[in-house]
Design a protein around this ligand. Sequence first.
Ligand code: SF4
Ligand code: SF4
Length: 109
Amino acid sequence: MGEFTLFEMLRIPTYDNEDYATTGRVTIDLEKCNGCGLCAKVCPGKALYVAGEGKDRKAHMHADFPQCMSCNDCAAICERDAIFVSVPYFFPFFFKTQGKGEFSPPRKF
Ligand code: SF4
Ligand code: SF4
């Protein structure tokens, strides 16, 4: 740590401190969700899981600081239109937020 000044060291963010970093959140319509698990498979942050048996098998978001980066992949792959990003990630103070633009489906090749 010798390369940092005291001021810089005080500004090093703690990633899992919600005062410094707010992860994304998704809303899942449990009526529409059929528990196929595609969203959990594509989620790059491993923020989603599927639990339950039979018709009660549904997607859920991990409750404790889910590593959601609001990428919208889950919404793009869901064939039931059951999941969408309701809260975008936000890193205040320490980080500069780039313009994220509107969400859009991944490009098809
Ligand atoms: S992809 Fe859609 S239907 Fe499948 S588990 Fe996820 S939210 Fe449910
Ligand atoms: S928006 Fe992206 S990171 Fe967040 S839960 Fe969906 S797939 Fe995962």
